[in-house]
Design a binder for this molecule. Structure first.
Ligand code: PFF
Ligand code: NA
Length: 456
């Protein structure tokens, strides 16, 4: 069977960007920056982007391109060269991807529901009670009643599955590439329109001041540096099988260095747009409610489903800006979900020599069934638990192991030679320096920190 291929360079970049840009750019990055020194956070963030993000992306693109497989095949082929068995590392990454696939879809489901509510702001004025009690049905349920199935959560999840599975079934060109070419430009336009309106709201600039005002006293704090590194790996979707699978569909002649720089820069640029959008709205909200900004800042689920709906209530033309915001979230989420599913599907195709449609049916079918565990009123608790473990331990561990194996057992300089031969501009020895020393050291420190924090 001939391996599928991207149709165009821009198609590949948009798909990679579609994976990287996700809910994290909109609800994780702004808060991270705010928490960790505001404008001063950009220094560690840029440092992490250059020393870890870009080299890691180049490395994964090169491996996928050269070894032509999903993660298990890539690592097993790499190991064979040196008489080592490394396929397990690929499966470990695929397992992480599979776990993310089943809970990420729950959040996309919520965003689809909230897109529906946003047209009339049917979440009412007490958005906190609405989200937790009415929507998630958390109320004052006792732990024994947490497993109650919630059809109103299951239906939007099924819609998300229908869209993402369609892309996976249709394949690399007709499905993933075509979806990315529609979704990514749409996402940028929607966010630009939102920003264009939001920055002119009263109070918005004070919000942006909070985000960008540097607190240089934080720059020597190791917590800030670990936050920056953690955010870079998460935001770029590296280290969990996704970018390996996507780059295995690159044509022979591909400029890897350029593609990697583009993907990283577009993603990080979008994060800054996300920050402007969120903090503009929060600044407006603080002004309207005559509260200090620190009292309205939240992150994650609370930001998207409690604070933002409350802010939308206060906006001019909420029936336009509200749906725009939630539609942007839906699109950002769906394109990331497609990439996680593809990471798993391509691994199954490789291993079992299944045609795409059969592998897709297996992955999407079982994923759909398992994800229904999140369509219960215990869904949020389960999700928090798994999300914490994945983000703080599994993902970093996987990146750490990948780096150690690749840079200490193999000659990472070979990868640099390989990618430089393919690319218009070449990268220097800093590439090895970053991947052998700086990134593993930082990852090691963060991992230990997180493990200690978890135990406490
Ligand atoms: N890179 C995504 C983001 O920043 O939101 C994170 C992500 C999560 C990507 C889960 C893919 C994924 F399956
Ligand atoms: Na991202």
């Amino acid at each position: 069977m001939q391996r599928e291929q991207w149709n165009s360079r821009i198609g590949f970049i948009l798909a990679a960007v579609g994976s990287a840009i996700g809910l994290g750019n909109i609800w994780r990055f702004p808060y991270m920056a705010y928490e960790n020194g505001g404008g001063a956070f950009f220094i560690p963030y840029l440092f992490a982007m250059i020393s870890a993000g870009i080299p890691f992306m180049i490395m994964e693109f090169s491996l996928g391109h050269k070894l032509r497989g999903a993660a298990p095949k890539v690592f097993s082929r790499l190991g064979i060269h040196y008489g080592l068995r490394l396929e397990w590392l690929g499966w470990f990454q695929v397992l992480i991807a599979a776990v993310i696939a089943v809970y990420y879809v729950a959040i996309i489901g919520w965003t689809i529901s909230f897109l529906g509510f946003s047209f009339t702001q049917s979440w009412g004025t007490n958005t906190n009670a609405f989200f937790f009690n009415e929507y998630l049905q958390l109320g004052d349920n006792s732990p024994t009643s947490l497993g109650v199935f919630q059809p109103h959560i299951a239906v939007p999840m099924a819609i998300a599955w229908a869209i993402t599975s369609l892309a996976i079934f249709t394949g690399v060109r007709g499905g993933i590439e075509r979806a990315s070419k529609i979704m990514m430009p749409l996402l940028f336009i929607m966010v630009l329109v939102l920003i264009g309106r939001i920055v002119f709201l009263p109070g918005a600039l004070e919000g942006l001041n909070y985000l960008f005002q540097p607190d240089f006293s934080k720059i020597m704090d190791t917590k800030v540096w670990s936050a920056a590194y953690g955010q870079i790996f998460f935001t770029l979707s590296v280290g969990f099988a996704i970018m390996l699978a996507y780059s295995s569909y690159l044509p022979e002649k591909s400029d890897i260095n350029n593609n990697a720089f583009m993907t990283v820069l577009i993603n990080c640029g979008f994060s800054i747009m996300g920050g402007i959008m969120i903090f503009g709205v929060l600044g407006y909200m603080a002004m309207e409610q005559a509260k200090p900004l620190t009292e309205v800042v939240t992150s994650g689920v609370g930001l998207a489903f409690v604070t933002i709906p409350a802010a939308i209530n206060l906006l001019p033309a909420p029936y336009i800006l509200g749906p725009l915001f939630f539609f942007a979230l839906v699109v950002a989420g769906l394109s990331s979900h497609i990439s996680i599913l593809e990471a798993v599907t391509s691994a199954i195709m490789d291993k079992l020599h299944l045609p795409r449609k059969k592998a897709a049916a297996l992955v999407c079918g079982s994923g759909f069934i398992i994800s229904m565990a999140f369509a219960t009123n215990g869904g949020l608790l389960l999700l928090d638990l798994i999300d914490y473990f994945i983000n703080n331990v599994a993902l970093l561990f996987s990146c750490f192991i990948e780096l150690i194996i690749l840079t200490w057992l193999f000659k990472i300089a070979d990868i640099r030679d390989y990618t430089n031969r393919l690319s218009e501009f070449t990268i220097g020895r800093w590439f090895e320096l970053c991947l052998r020393f700086i990134s593993p050291a930082m990852l090691g420190i963060i991992l230990v920190r997180n493990l200690v924090n978890t135990v406490n």
